[in-house]
Write a protein that binds this ligand. Structure first.
Ligand SMILES: [Zn+2]
Ligand SMILES: [Zn+2]
Length: 128
């Protein structure tokens, strides 16, 4: 069920949406407190959980054992580098097609995906 967004939630969502680097809770906290120092870490945590529940934010559990958050609503997949833990957005044209194919095949409705590919990124490959 979608609940009405509070002002605090709006600020937090904006911060996540404007940060394309898939920030952690701590990075979000730092940016939010620049805008409104009164918003504490517990409030941020609670609100992010709501945003994730509502499907407005994606939670990615990365290989650095931390949760990263993504406000990008366009369907996309992720690549996580196992060396530098960078998260890269993947936009493939056949992604939507693939989702629809799976929905048909299994008679399900997919509301959210967190497809993650793991490997070594371009920069880290150069250093091998
Ligand atoms: Zn890397
Ligand atoms: Zn992403």
């Amino acid at each position: 069920m979608k609940s009405r967004k509070t002002k605090q939630q709006d600020i937090i969502l904006q911060v996540i949406k404007n940060d394309k680097s898939h920030p952690t809770i701590y990075e979000i906290y730092q940016k939010v407190s620049e805008i409104n120092p009164k918003i504490g870490q517990a409030t941020i945590y609670r609100n992010i959980n709501k945003l994730v529940e509502n499907g407005e934010v994606i939670r990615i559990s990365s290989s650095d054992n931390m949760y990263h958050y993504d406000g990008e609503c366009n369907p996309h997949e992720h690549f996580i580098c196992q060396k530098c833990h960078r998260i890269i957005d993947l936009y493939e044209n056949d992604y939507q097609e693939k989702v629809e194919k799976i929905e048909k095949k299994y008679s399900i409705k997919i509301e959210q995906t967190t497809m993650i590919y793991k490997g070594i990124c371009k920069d880290c490959r150069k250093m091998l």
